[in-house]
Design a binder for this molecule. Structure first.
Ligand SMILES: [Zn+2]
Length: 704
């Protein structure tokens, strides 16, 4: 995950004790040394300036907006005859980037400051910057100045042409190319759509699905669930809330009584149905109408234009190809589950129903694929895991990371590293690590870009800065921080985003590594997750913290992989169902949408791709992604399939996941070029062949 401001499309080991403990990081080098090295190479290594008080932060944001407004006004007021690419498009990128930089710091402070007042102020300021940035998209004077240059079709280099095309495309998408009256009409429809989307989400949040069961009806459900607060009722029954996901899982996966599971499934698939079916219908019609007015055949074409897929039809084809490719694995998994039902019911012709899947899957994983994940943690002490990952990324990408003393950190324990090219020693950027939980801090795992790279007015390259915010288990008195294998996967993933930020080199901030399309941005990081499942990789660092001669047994890793593969066919089909449901609603014209029975269409997709839902239900009413991720759900799998395809290139290389030649190609062809060219081109240059779903099919366990 990467956090970004909407605006520009774009505990703690103390630093001191860490440095003294770890000779590998011990360095006498200071930030000033690296800054001098950067300067010798016509670069600038400047850390962001973090405000320390709410007033300072407000002043920083106000000044950034005021300056940008003034600069944009000057830009737009230039004599049309004297407009050039440089004094319009390039200038606009640089002006926007300065506000974007401040916006990133504000976003970081909101999630990391020790001071609640700072976090609150930062949250308010984020809203302010977002609003300002939306206004910017509609500034007519700016649009005219840029259009004047675009209409002259100047002869430009590839990156410059791409910046111009993307900017004009975004204006067209915002409706600025339309005559005033038509644009006003589109604006009105958009506002209406936003209102409906908000309503759709509110209805989902407010939906409740209480069902009371007797203890007997809940046989098989863990006591931990029955004893949790609010479940047991005064009349002795137990209240299951179908809208609370962990309730639905605890009961759906464990209740032995099929009638209990059926009732829950009906309730879950009926949440918000009455209110949201009509709301969704209106949303779908409006989206088709807006797309039509902006010149697109349908909403999916409009939404995917800026992504890798580029058209709705390409996204649909991707999904349908995968549905077909997965059929043998999916059918085999369903038969395995059905056999479990046969065994349990004694009926040879037992058929699987929607509410059987979770239950028998859980049984299968417990009985056949149990892996003691807790016991694995001894192999992943935090510090050794971090250093192990660093060693691997340094090796495959040809880099050197050095911990240095930071002039300022936002919380104790935050560390700063400088990245250099290993061969030349040239600095490439810097990153902060903020790895353990604390009160008021962001509670997931993500890369927070702090500063994008780009060319400064004087021609020097301004080096990028990123921050990794994580929440790994804290060390205790008698044990170090011990990670789960899942944590290790996350670490490899998130640090991949840091690499993307450090390695991309683009003249324009709008084309940096963090700005690649949404259906691509996760792919390189998802690829790097595979490293944490590979014995050769894990053996380079994972060892029992009490006895470092003990490595993870090969059969434990094999069991982990088998457990993942056992249900991957169904799990992928489920993702495909959601993707296809989403696309089926958004690849229609306004007239078709108006006539469409959205419940019938979406339930039929579910029945075709996975399993029929209970009759007279409408799961689509509770599918929250349809507001916000609309015509975009396919992107999860799109990126994942590409990630596995890319990982297969490493797998086939002489040194596997540690292969430096393939790593260098990834650095040059994917990370290095950022968003300066079509990412589809970058991926194929890295692969050395067209993309394919074959590696993914193998990953889910289909043998060729
Ligand atoms: Zn990610």
């Amino acid at each position: 995950m990467i956090t970004s401001a909407r605006a520009f499309r774009a505990l703690s080991l103390l630093v001191l004790s860490l440095t003294s403990l770890l000779p590998a990081f011990a360095t006498t080098l200071t930030l000033a040394d690296f800054q001098a090295a950067a300067a010798r190479n016509h670069q600038s290594l400047e850390l962001p300036v973090y405000a320390r008080t709410p007033d300072e932060l407000k002043a920083q944001v106000d000044a950034a907006i005021k300056t940008a407004d003034a600069e944009f006004a000057v830009l737009a007021a230039q004599d049309p005859a004297k407009l050039t690419f440089e004094n319009t498009f390039a200038a606009s990128d640089a002006i926007g980037a300065r506000v974007g930089g401040v916006s990133r710091l504000v976003g970081t402070i909101a999630q990391s400051s020790l001071d609640a007042a700072m976090r609150n102020t930062a949250n308010e300021l984020s809203v302010k910057i977002d609003e300002w940035s939306i206004g910017l998209d509609y500034r007519e004077d700016l649009y005219r100045a840029l259009k004047t240059v675009a209409d002259r079709q100047p002869k430009l280099g590839a990156e410059e042409q791409r910046l111009l095309d993307d900017q004009m495309r975004d204006y067209r998408r915002a409706g600025l190319a339309l005559p005033a009256a038509e644009r006003a009409e589109v604006e009105k429809l958009r506002k209406e759509l936003t209102g409906l989307e908000t309503q759709f989400g509110v209805n989902i949040n407010e939906a409740r699905g209480p069902i009371d069961f007797t203890a007997e009806e809940l046989a098989g459900v863990p006591a931990s669930f029955l004893e949790s607060p609010g479940v047991k009722q005064p009349d002795g029954k137990y209240r299951v809330m179908a809208n609370i996901t962990w309730h639905a899982i605890a009961v759906g996966e464990n209740a032995d009584n099929p009638e209990t599971r059926r009732k829950l499934s009906v309730a879950r698939n009926s949440l918000a149905a009455e209110k949201n079916v009509p709301v969704l219908k209106q949303m779908v019609v409006l989206r088709a109408e807006i797309a039509h007015r902006l010149g697109y055949a349908n909403w999916a074409d409009y939404r995917t234009e800026t992504r890798m897929a580029k058209t709705g039809a390409t996204a649909v084809k991707f999904e349908e190809d995968l549905v077909k490719g997965l059929q043998p694995k999916f059918a085999a998994e369903m038969e395995t589950l059905r056999q479990l039902k046969v065994k349990q019911t004694g009926q040879a012709d037992a058929q699987l129903l929607a509410w059987d899947i979770g239950y028998y899957t859980n049984k299968l994983l417990k009985e056949k694929y149990a892996v003691d994940r807790e016991a694995l943690r001894v192999y992943f002490p935090y510090q050794a895991t971090l250093e192990g990952m660093f060693a691997i990324y340094q090796k495959i990408f040809g880099l050197k990371f050095t911990a240095i003393e930071a002039p300022y950190v936002w919380a104790p324990g935050v560390q700063l590293y400088v990245v250099q090219d290993a061969a030349s020693g040239v600095p490439m950027g810097a990153f902060y690590l903020d790895m353990f939980p604390r009160e008021g801090k962001f509670n997931h795992f993500a890369c927070f870009p702090q500063k994008s790279g780009g060319v400064l007015a004087d021609g020097r390259y301004d080096l990028p800065v990123a921050a990794l915010m994580c929440n790994f288990p804290v060390p205790s008195a008698d044990k170090p921080s011990l990670l789960t294998q899942d944590n290790v996967v996350t670490l490899f993933h998130e640090f991949g985003h840091v690499m993307h930020g450090m390695l991309s080199r683009s003249r324009f901030v709008a084309q940096g590594g963090f700005t690649v399309p949404r259906d691509f941005v996760e792919a390189p990081s998802q690829m790097l997750e595979n490293w944490a499942w590979d014995k050769a990789v894990l053996d380079t660092f994972a060892a029992d913290y009490r006895d470092s001669t003990k490595k993870i047994p090969a059969d434990t890793i094999a069991a982990l992989v088998a457990s993942r593969q056992a249900t991957e066919g169904y799990a992928t089909r489920r993702q495909l169902t959601y993707g296809l449901v989403d696309l089926s609603l958004h690849t229609v014209s306004a007239e078709q949408a108006a006539k469409m029975d959205i419940v019938a269409v979406t339930n039929a997709t579910l029945a075709r791709v996975t399993i029929a839902p209970p009759p007279d239900t409408a799961f689509v009413a509770y599918f929250g992604h349809l507001a916000g991720y609309d015509a975009g759900y396919y992107g999860y799998l799109w990126a994942k399939v590409m990630a596995i395809d890319m990982a297969s290139t490493f797998k086939a290389a002489p040194a596997g996941f540690l292969d430096e030649k393939v790593g260098r190609r990834l650095r040059d062809e994917v990370y290095g070029v950022g968003n300066t060219r079509d990412v589809a081109v970058s991926v194929e240059k890295f692969l050395g062949r067209p993309r394919s779903q074959d590696a993914y099919l193998e990953y889910v366990g289909i043998k060729k």
